[in-house]
Design a protein around this ligand. Structure first.
Ligand SMILES: [Mn+2]
Length: 465
């Protein structure tokens, strides 16, 4: 029998809402998982990727992870892991650093045996590299086997890659696939010919306001069969207040509803919908802060636009917006930002961080062409940014070698360079422009069900999970 903790999507270093406390929260959650592993004397901690929120964690983040991994090593609990999309660097990975210190094992094609179970790993595979993927797992001589990887897989709803394809190319049969990337936990059975369990452990702290359910991890036991159980984590209180205003109701009603909750040290998300009067979100946020909230965010989902002044056909408002965006001749970087703001399922409160990260990645990759203004109205732009979203760190590297040849790439670790500062300024402007568009189309998105079925949304989710 082998019993392991299956965790992932730890996102160390994410300073959510720009408050240092949140950065600490992500580390504290990881610390709790390790403490549970030691207390429970599990055979290993298996990490399914996104230990770090981005590929450039700060030294305190790196040392925080080191400290937690030392706790596990001191208790002789192995830490087996793969690399997620958020943290992937071009060549050596952060995980390699910990492995070189004897604190982690990076899983791959060769089986790593714990008890009577062989563990294999596959780092996040960008879409462009999936077709010719041949998973060449080496044979094992134990009773059970598990594959650990990171990505959005079918048969789960947000999946963009059938786990069956992966299993087919694997040669070795596995009892379970332990997954990261989707922050919502879930377990499914894949029947013949694979007959395996597929499970997501979920994130250990809320990386977005969409993650309302309690956080936790999986305890997976390989015995006669595979047993997957959830165990919860104590994380910072998130208070979600959804207010549906009736006619004549306004900010007082919102305040009443917010007041019903204990807001001390909590992250408070207030969402206002329905009829009623316009409200000033800042008033409600201030009120929540006065009640002791760490963070307060108010989203007013209602529209108060003066429809008479709008000069577009609403037969297909999305197309009207796309047309206008094409006419703007935005650079590729600006289109990506526009996509993040309007199309993606990012919570409003995460848009700033996500956009900053995206622009920083482009600068890091030396992909300065991305900031060139595009000629207006080219059909090649019909699907803005798709190729870029699929770009891998390696592919970006290639792009740097070919497209940007001759241009001096930005110094990878120099945030404060004048170039980066200018780019940030540009991003802020683009953000401002598109924020208004967001409001214009929010209603249409919702009317369309804002579906997880929308392939655009899926590819974006992949980027941010
Ligand atoms: Mn993640």
């Amino acid at each position: 029998m082998t019993r392991v903790i299956h965790t992932g999507d730890t996102h160390l270093g994410y300073q959510q809402y720009h408050v240092p406390e949140r950065r600490q929260d992500f580390l504290a959650a990881f610390r709790q998982v390790a403490a549970d592993a030691v207390a429970d004397d599990v055979d290993a901690v298996v990490h399914a990727g996104d230990l770090f929120h981005d590929r450039r964690p700060t030294l305190p983040d790196i040392m925080g992870a080191l400290d937690v991994l030392e706790t596990l090593a001191d208790a002789d609990v192995p830490f087996l892991a793969v690399v997620g999309n958020h943290e992937a660097k071009r060549d050596a990975q952060w995980l390699d650093l910990y492995e070189s210190l004897g604190l982690a094992t990076r899983l791959g094609d060769a089986p790593v045996t714990v008890g009577d179970t062989a563990f294999y790993g596959l780092d996040f595979v960008p879409r462009a590299n999936r077709d010719d993927l041949d998973l060449d797992l080496e044979a094992h001589d134990t009773e059970h086997a598990a594959l650990v990887t990171h990505g959005l897989f079918e048969p789960f709803d947000l999946g963009d890659w059938d786990v069956g394809e992966l299993l087919e190319s694997a040669d070795v049969a596995v009892d379970a696939v332990l997954l990261g990337d989707n922050h919502d936990p879930g377990t499914k059975r894949v029947e013949e010919p694979y007959e395996t369990w597929v499970t997501y452990c979920g994130s250990t702290e809320r990386a977005s306001a969409d993650e309302r359910a309690d956080r936790g991890y999986n305890v997976v036991t390989f015995d006669d069969g595979v047993d997957v159980r959830r165990r919860g984590l104590e994380t910072r209180e998130f208070v979600f207040v959804d207010v549906d205003l009736g006619p004549g109701e306004g900010v007082e009603r919102v305040r009443e509803r917010v007041e019903q909750h204990d807001l001390a040290d909590a992250v408070v998300h207030v969402s206002v919908d329905g009829d009623g009067e316009p409200i000033a979100p800042a008033t409600v946020e201030e009120f929540a802060h006065d009640q002791g909230a760490l963070v307060a965010r108010v989203t007013d989902r209602r529209e108060f636009a003066d429809e008479a002044e709008v000069d577009v056909s609403f037969a297909d408002p999305d197309e009207a917006v796309r047309e206008r965006v094409r006419d703007l001749g935005l650079s590729r970087a600006a289109r990506e930002i526009d996509e993040a703001v309007r199309e993606s399922k990012l919570a409003d409160s995460n848009v700033d961080d996500a956009v900053e990260e995206r622009v920083r990645d482009l600068v890091d990759d030396g992909d300065l062409d991305a900031f060139q203004r595009a000629p207006a109205d080219t059909d090649a732009d019909a699907d803005p940014g798709q190729a870029d979203r699929d770009a891998t760190p390696e592919a970006a590297n290639d792009a740097e070698a070919t497209d940007a040849a001759g241009e001096a790439p930005a110094s990878p670790d120099d945030d404060e360079s004048a170039g980066a500062a200018d780019v940030d300024g540009g991003a802020a402007d683009a953000h401002g422009d598109t924020a208004d568009l967001d409001r214009d189309t929010a209603g249409a998105d919702q009317a369309a069900g804002d579906g997880a079925d929308d392939p655009e949304d899926q590819s974006t989710m992949e980027e941010y999970l």
